[in-house]
Write a protein that binds this ligand. Sequence first.
Ligand SMILES: NC(=O)c1ccc[n+]([C@@H]2O[C@H](COP(=O)([O-])OP(=O)(O)OC[C@H]3O[C@@H](n4cnc5c(N)ncnc54)[C@H](OP(=O)(O)O)[C@@H]3O)[C@@H](O)[C@H]2O)c1
Length: 250
Amino acid sequence: MTEPQLALITTEPKLALITGANKGIGFETARQLGQQGVRVLIGARDAAKGEAAADTLRAEGFDVMALIIDVTDEASIGTAAAQVEKEFGKLDILVNNAGIGLFHRLPSEVGMAELKEVLDTNLFGAILTAQAFLPLLRQSDSGCIVNVSSTLGSLFCLSDPHWIGHQGLFTPYSMSKVALNAFTALLSAELINTPIRVNSVEPGYTATDMTKHQGFQTVEQAAQVIVKYATLGPDGPTGSYFDGDGRMSW
Ligand SMILES: NC(=O)c1ccc[n+]([C@@H]2O[C@H](COP(=O)([O-])OP(=O)(O)OC[C@H]3O[C@@H](n4cnc5c(N)ncnc54)[C@H](OP(=O)(O)O)[C@@H]3O)[C@@H](O)[C@H]2O)c1
């Protein structure tokens, strides 16, 4: 009598790209996705910083690679997308995490050069990256785009004159994240009949270089929120804005 043959089932790991993943919340998101068996491309504008971050996570046993991507440089985004297409032919998770500009500036005084600089990274960078990688996300059976936003991008909060956040008035940053939230809503509407989920996520006020390490919470806590919405199935929510407590008001 012949022994029954066990079919060998191999599943390809999911593939994620995180922009600005060489440090801070992006780096910890890469680690936590790695812990879930996701293969992670560590997006970094500086090759040496990207390689150093990838080396650290590889030494911890994770399947990661560095990918040079400067989100303010359309050619760099295009080169990165072509590389991923050639090597992998698809992408499952895109985390638009690269961000700058958490500095106080009154709306009556903000300079156009600094406003454009922040929008270039936080808004146009995320849009260009999503556009470049969308054809690869369409190859996934459950693609996820997470746009890393902030409470400072909530019009619900910004339109309350007594909101505690008005003590800061980070005008360029807030404007970039409000517009990023609009992009989330619009792109999710365009993709509503596809398996691709598109959401904005507020990771919470977190101790990183951006906050001069003043945040209330750790990068581990921040990354958990992002990972939750980066690993949704095709029936998961789309076109929403989440923090660690759930759905937020736009
Ligand atoms: N920390 C918070 O409390 C907080 C709260 C809400 C939302 N967020 C958002 O979370 C995200 C990550 O912030 P973080 O706190 O982790 O800040 P961070 O430690 O300053 O990290 C920012 C990352 O973005 C990268 N970056 C900046 N410009 C870039 C560009 N043009 N191309 C590619 N990468 C670029 C940086 O690379 P370099 O190392 O080369 O500069 C770095 O890797 C941001 O979108 C931020 O707005 C943070």
